[in-house]
Design a protein around this ligand. Structure first.
Ligand code: CP
Ligand code: NVA
Length: 319
């Protein structure tokens, strides 16, 4: 069987936020990702196996990563590019300003994939260069690559997504931000339940409202049971994100009523799925029983990191 060629997608320089994608691009990216997933069986005969034409892509990770790092490296290689791992200290600007790091990289590589604490580091690299594509592999504020995989997983589960609702229960963090930026663009409403003081910032909610389509709404709650009522998916993330370790004890106590357990899942729609970006802490934000249940699609989300990031790389760098 002959592999099909990917659709052409217009160029966008950086991907620091889901909101960087022009209207309609998210849907096209997800269509391409599904195609790439199907085409992976062709291996080196896949139509995109040489799409990056030997280009180098730098990887600069200030924080630990399993999924993001592995899937970007595999994606770059399977598209005919070469990953270049940089030591994390280059992100702290100690040896030379981050602007200069970016301007050097621009002469050698097509893109940099950066995982950082401060979102403005990625913004600084993007602003310092005209040709270097900067991809946010997670900052303290946003995790846009995760949201791409989450949406592909929803499409696989539901087909038509318009009219569906995902309830995010937990910290109003980077993962929650990108989820509310992304899901409403394919018509999925998002209910966010967080303890008082841990909800999403108002500007994040305003940004999500601006891109919502097909009647999708973003609603905030403090009661997790109200948030999940009738929801088609229940999503959670760690209570303590990387960099917040000093707050772990307070957060463990504060978030205890927000644990996703069997009772909370039973309050959602009858065939609701369970979602988590991973890594998960069983016994904290989710029980082992829910994590291991047939409703759990967490490893589909992890797999889809690969296919959606391939689509993103093709969209940004492809020919
Ligand atoms: N979900 C996610 O980004 O995982 P890693 O931190 O392992 O990359
Ligand atoms: N919110 C988590 C996500 C990890 C993928 C963190 O930032 O640590």
């Amino acid at each position: 069987m002959k592999a099909s060629a990917p659709p052409a997608l217009p160029a966008t320089k950086d991907f620091l936020s889901v909101l960087d994608l022009p209207t309609g691009e998210l849907t096209r990216l997800l269509t391409l990702a599904a195609q790439l997933k199907a085409d992976r069986r062709f291996g080196e005969q896949a139509p995109t196996a040489r799409a990056l034409g030997g280009a180098h892509v730098a990887m600069l990770f200030e924080k630990p990563s399993l999924r993001t790092r592995a899937t970007f490296e595999i994606a770059i290689r399977e598209l005919g590019g070469h990953p270049l791992h940089l030591p994390p200290e280059f992100a702290n600007g100690g040896r030379e300003p981050l602007e200069d790091v970016a301007r050097n990289l621009e002469r050698w590589v097509r893109a940099v994939v950066i995982r950082t604490y401060a979102h403005d580091k990625a913004q600084t690299m993007a602003a310092a260069t005209t040709r270097l594509h900067v991809i946010n592999a997670l900052s303290d504020s946003e995790h846009p690559c995760q949201a791409l995989a989450d949406l592909l997983t929803m499409i696989e589960q539901w087909g038509e997504c318009r009219g569906r609702t995902v309830a995010y229960v937990g910290d109003g963090n980077n993962v929650a931000t990108s989820l509310v930026h992304a899901a409403p663009q394919i018509g999925v409403s998002v209910h966010v339940a967080s303890p008082p003081g841990y909800g999403l910032p108002a500007q994040v909610l305003e940004g999500a409202d601006r891109v919502a389509r097909d009647g999708a709404r973003i609603r905030t709650f403090t009661d997790p049971y109200e948030a999940v009522a009738g929801a088609d998916a229940v999503y959670t993330d760690v209570w303590t994100s990387m960099g917040q370790e000093a707050q772990a004890d307070v957060r463990r106590r504060t978030f205890r009523p927000y644990q996703v357990d069997g009772a909370l899942m039973a309050a959602a729609a009858p065939r609701a799925i369970f979602m988590h970006c991973l890594p998960a802490h069983r016994g904290e934000e989710v029980t082992a029983q829910v994590f291991e249940s047939p409703a759990s699609v967490v490893f589909d989300q992890a797999e889809n990191r690969l296919h959606t990031q391939k689509a993103l790389l093709l969209m940004l760098l492809g020919h």
